[in-house]
Design a protein around this ligand. Structure first.
Ligand code: ATR
Length: 281
């Protein structure tokens, strides 16, 4: 049986997921195809009914459907339930299961830079309080970091995030100003906002002058490959991690849920970097 896979979103034409997943299907010797579907919000329910009837095996869900799709699914995994958003649907017989691989995908990317023990001892600062921040907060908290702090332009959203997501060792919030002043206390600083993404590439989510040289600055943005946030962190002597790894690892987790196979993430990261105009050393 061929795997029928895809991604729903709007807009979706810029998505790199078809490129990545179709390559993985071929590399794993699996028959199948991964297709991007642009859907209107008012047609979402109809689309899910159709995908169910057609027996589509699984699909990714991106902006603006990550929350809107939840009522049309049969079950949610613990991550999707805690975060309140779905980025992956897995068909199990007649049932559609909503899962979320964004946060764990980020952590798998982070584990290429820091060990699980280091995460366990780290002071982490998350900038932003949207869907991406929720997933990362939930997934990172499973590693019991020493300290996990959320800062956001809208402080109430940061507080709502920390209060609404149940994790083993809950975090706390700081204002952006407080976070800037205390930046040197953090080992890992993660930008989960869209600030710095093309076309506003000069924008920064906060001033990082106080970053420690031993810190790791991570961005979930991969367009550009090096945001101003990462650029300045690097000039201040810190280590950096761009968003390509998160994108590839969230996809790899979804691929493994659908097919039972663990695809080659290292090669996929290189392919996406080259596709974005970057160079591989
Ligand atoms: P996503 O689900 O992709 O995370 P989102 O829910 O819209 O998207 O959240 C976007 C995040 O980026 C929020 O933390 C948002 O801050 P607010 O809660 O104050 O809106 C942050 N963000 C977006 N544009 C921003 C900007 N220009 N300056 C600072 N923060 C910004």
């Amino acid at each position: 049986m061929a795997y029928l896979l895809g991604v729903i979103g709007n807009p979706i034409s810029q998505s790199k997921s078809p490129l990545m997943h179709n390559k993985w299907l071929a590399e794993e010797g699996l028959d199948g195809y991964y297709q991007a579907f642009a859907i209107e919000l008012e047609k979402l329910e109809e689309a899910i009914v159709g995908m169910r009837a057609l027996g589509i095996d699984g699909w990714n869900v991106t902006i603006p459907f990550k929350e809107a799709i939840m009522p049309f699914l049969d079950e949610l995994d613990p991550a999707a339930k805690a975060i309140g958003a779905v980025n992956t649907v897995v068909r199990n017989g007649d049932k559609l299961i909503g899962r979320n691989t964004d946060g764990l995908g980020f952590v798998h990317s982070l584990l290429e830079k820091r060990s699980a023990d280091q995460l366990n001892q780290a002071s982490v600062l998350i900038i932003g309080a949207g869907g991406a921040a929720k997933g990362i907060y939930y997934a990172l908290a499973q590693y019991h970091p020493e300290k996990i702090v959320v800062t956001n332009r809208t402080q109430q959203r940061a507080e709502a995030l920390v209060c609404s997501i149940s994790v083993p060792s809950p975090g706390f919030t700081l204002t952006i100003h407080e976070a800037q002043e205390r930046l040197h206390e953090f080992d890992i600083i993660i930008n989960t906002t869209s600030v710095g993404m093309i076309p506003n590439i000069k924008d920064m989510p906060l001033d990082i002058t106080n970053i420690s040289k031993n810190a790791l600055a991570a961005d979930i943005i991969y367009n550009p490959l090096e945001t101003s946030f990462l650029h300045d962190a690097r000039l201040n002597g810190a280590d950096t991690l761009n968003g390509v790894g998160m994108f590839v690892h969230q996809g790899a987790l979804a691929f493994s849920y659908w097919t039972g196979k663990h695809p080659n993430t290292e090669q996929a990261i290189k392919t996406i970097i080259q596709d974005q105009g970057g160079t591989i050393c």
